[in-house]
Design a protein around this ligand. Structure first.
Ligand SMILES: C[S@@+](CC[C@H](N)C(=O)[O-])C[C@H]1O[C@@H](n2cnc3c(N)ncnc32)[C@H](O)[C@@H]1O
Length: 366
C-alpha cells in the first residue's frame, strides 16, 4: 500500500470526518499541555529568537489542527510580555501526508489569525506565517536547521508502510496475540527503521538546542502482543472475519490485509533515541485514557453502551476508512463499522478498555 497516496483521515466536517471524531486526540493534546509548555518556555527564555519556527507533524484537519499552534503562541506571547521582550514572528509549518484535507485548514486560517489578534497578540496577523507541508515525516520535509520546535501528537504510531514479511498474519489486521513471531518481528523492525529515520530527519531540521515533544500510542509491556495495545484491532478483525464467514469478504482478501500501525514500549523508544544519538531525552511520561474518552462529556449519553460503541467505531472509522476502502472497496464499509460498533459496545460494557500513550520531550544536542 502506497501510504502517501492512500492514507488520510476522513476529510470535511460530516458525520464520519476526523474533524467530527477526534475528541480522544483532543484530550491527549490537553493532557500533554504542561509538557509542551515547559519545553517551549525553556527554549524561548534561553534563545529569545527573533523568528520562532514551529512544525506540527501529522497535523490532520479539524479542531485539533491549530489547537497546539494557538497554545504555543499564547505561551510565547505571555513570556515576551513578562520578559519585556519584543514578540517574535511565528513561522508555522503544518505537515501531513498529501491526501490530508489541507484546503479545509487553509480556509480556516484567516479566522484563526483574527482569533489570535483578538485574544493573544494585537498584531498577530502580520507576525504569523502558516504554511502547509504535504509530505511524509519519514523523510526530510524542511531545510536544514530551519526549526526551533517540533510537535507531533497521535501520529507516530503509523508506520511508513505495512512491514514486508507480515504476509502470514492470517485472520489478523495488526499484531495480536495470535500473530506469528516473524510477523511481530517484522512490525518491530519496521518501527525501528521508521522511528530512527524520523529522528535523523528532525535532527537535521532542528537547530542546536531545538526542542521536540511527541506523543504516540504505546505499549505498557515489552510483550509485543500485549492485550491493551492490540485489543481494539482484534475487535475490528472480528467484524471483518464475521463477514468472511458470511461470504461478504473473500478469505484471501482478509488474509492479505494489515494495518501499518505499531505501538512501541517506552524502553523501545528510549533505545532508538539513544542509538540515533542527536537528542537528549528530558522527560518521558506515560498515561492511560479510557476508550470512553472518545465519547465526549455528555454523561447521559456516556452511560449508554450503544453510544459508546458508536463513538469509538466512528473514531476508528475516521482514521482507517481510507485504507480499508483501498483494499476491500467502498461497498463493505458501512457494514463493517455497523458490526464493529456492536462488538465494541458489548466489550466496553463488560471490560475496562484503555488506550496507553507515551509522551517524549527532548532537546536536539548534536
Ligand atoms: C490521528 S491523526 C492526529 C492528528 C492531530 N495531530 C491530532 O492530534 O488530532 C494522525 C495524523 O498523522 C498523519 N500521518 C500519519 N503518517 C504520516 C506521515 N508519515 N507523514 C505525515 N503525516 C502522517 C495522518 O495522515 C493523520 O492526519
Amino acid at each position: 500500500m502506497d501510504m502517501a497516496r492512500v492514507f488520510h483521515m476522513n476529510a470535511g466536517t460530516g458525520e464520519t470526518s476526523y474533524a467530527n471524531n477526534s475528541l480522544l486526540q483532543k484530550k491527549v493534546l490537553s493532557l500533554v499541555k504542561p509538557i509542551r509548555e515547559e519545553a517551549i518556555s525553556s527554549f524561548y527564555r534561553e534563545k529569545l529568537p527573533r523568528s520562532l519556527a514551529i512544525a506540527d507533524l501529522g497535523c490532520s484537519c479539524g479542531p485539533n489542527t491549530l489547537f497546539v499552534t494557538y497554545e504555543l503562541i499564547e505561551i510565547v506571547e505571555m513570556l515576551s510580555r513578562d520578559l519585556n521582550h519584543e514578540s517574535p514572528e511565528y513561522i508555522i509549518f503544518l505537515n501531513d501526508l498529501p491526501g490530508n484535507d489541507f484546503n479545509n485548514i487553509f480556509k480556516s486560517l484567516e479566522c484563526f489569525k483574527q482569533k489570535l489578534r483578538g485574544q493573544v497578540a494585537d498584531d498577530g496577523i502580520d507576525q504569523c506565517y502558516i504554511t502547509g507541508v504535504p509530505s511524509s515525516f519519514y523523510g526530510r520535509i524542511l531545510p536544514a536547521c530551519s526549526l526551533h520546535f517540533v510537535h507531533s501528537s497521535s501520529s507516530l504510531h503509523w508506520l511508513s508502510q505495512v512491514p514486508e514479511g507480515a504476509e502470514n498474519n492470517k485472520g489478523n489486521i495488526c499484531i495480536t496475540k495470535t500473530s506469528p513471531l516473524n510477523v511481530q518481528n517484522a512490525y518491530c523492525h519496521q518501527f525501528q527503521r521508521d522511528f530512527s529515520l524520523f529522528l535523523k530527519c528532525r535532527a537535521e531540521e532542528l537547530g542546536e538546542g531545538g526542542r521536540m515533544v511527541i506523543t504516540l500510542l504505546g505499549r505498557s509491556s515489552e510483550d509485543l502482543s500485549c492485550d491493551k495495545s492490540c485489543y481494539i484491532w482484534e475487535l475490528l478483525a472480528k467484524a471483518l472475519n464475521e463477514m468472511v464467514l458470511e461470504g461478504i469478504i473473500e478469505e484471501n482478501q482478509m488474509n492479505s490485509f494489515n494495518f501499518p500501525f505499531y505501538t512501541p514500549s517506552s524502553s523501545e523508544l528510549k533505545l532508538e533515541i539513544e542509538k540515533e544519538g542527536s537528542f537528549t531525552l528530558n522527560h518521558l511520561e506515560i498515561f492511560e485514557l479510557s476508550w470512553k474518552a472518545a465519547c465526549g462529556d455528555d454523561e447521559e449519553l456516556n452511560n449508554n453502551n450503544n453510544n459508546d460503541g458508536y463513538k469509538v467505531a466512528q473514531l476508528m472509522r475516521a482514521g482507517t476508512e481510507s485504507m480499508l476502502v483501498n483494499h476491500f472497496g467502498e461497498a463493505i464499509i458501512d457494514n463493517v463499522f455497523h458490526r464493529y460498533q456492536h462488538i465494541l459496545a458489548d466489550r466496553m460494557s463488560k471490560e475496562k478498555t484503555m488506550f496507553f500513550y507515551i509522551t517524549l520531550s527532548s532537546t536536539k544536542t548534536t
